[in-house]
Design a binder for this molecule. Structure first.
Ligand code: S3P
Length: 166
């Protein structure tokens, strides 16, 4: 496989696990949200404010297309990367796609003080995470080559499991 691509919801640990994994493999690590911020010079919340979610999704698609053209990288994607059919295809065709399944309760614990994820800033956070999980879990599963449950395991242990599965 050319790349390892991590998908899953906010608070799954994609970035933390991805960095460890890239280190182990001696590969580059990219996080699509951070790359979008570098390219635009704007934070994700500012992009949502100015361009709306639709504008962000277009930027996300362009970034995923650019990044997956490369090889030998671990790529952490945003939680909504699987929403578009063209993204799902792009990801599956350009790497080993690993879904880091994480319970809503654990996502809630990990995101409860977050101020940088626009979709979590209004309304009941637990209910939002549950709704997103209900909508997206089938899409994550459709996109993934491998599904791993992250519950109770350290990022290092998760990186080991991904290595074993790759
Ligand atoms: C989003 C997840 C975020 C980021 C944006 C939208 C989502 O990424 O792309 O706030 O739709 O779930 P993380 O999953 O890295 O938090």
């Amino acid at each position: 496989m050319r790349n390892i691509i991590l998908i899953g919801p906010m608070g799954a640990g994609k970035t933390t696990i991805g960095r460890i994994l890239a280190n182990r493999l001696g590969w580059q690590f990219h996080d699509s949200d951070r790359e979008i911020e570098k390219r635009t010079g704007a934070s994700i919340p500012l992009i949502f404010d100015i361009e709306g979610e639709a504008g962000f999704r277009d930027r996300e698609h362009d970034m995923l297309a650019d990044l997956t053209a490369g090889q030998g990288m671990v790529l952490a994607t945003g939680g909504g990367a699987v929403l578009r059919e063209d993204n799902r295809k792009l990801l599956r065709e350009n790497g080993l796609v690993v879904y880091l399944f994480t319970s809503v309760e654990r996502q809630f614990e990990r995101t409860q003080h977050d101020t940088q994820r626009p979709l979590l800033q209004n309304g009941d956070r637990r209910a939002t995470l549950q709704r997103l999980m209900d909508e997206r879990d089938p899409l994550y599963r459709e996109t993934a080559h491998v599904v791993l449950e992250t519950g109770g395991q350290t990022p290092r242990a998760m990186a080991d499991r991904i290595l074993a599965a790759s």
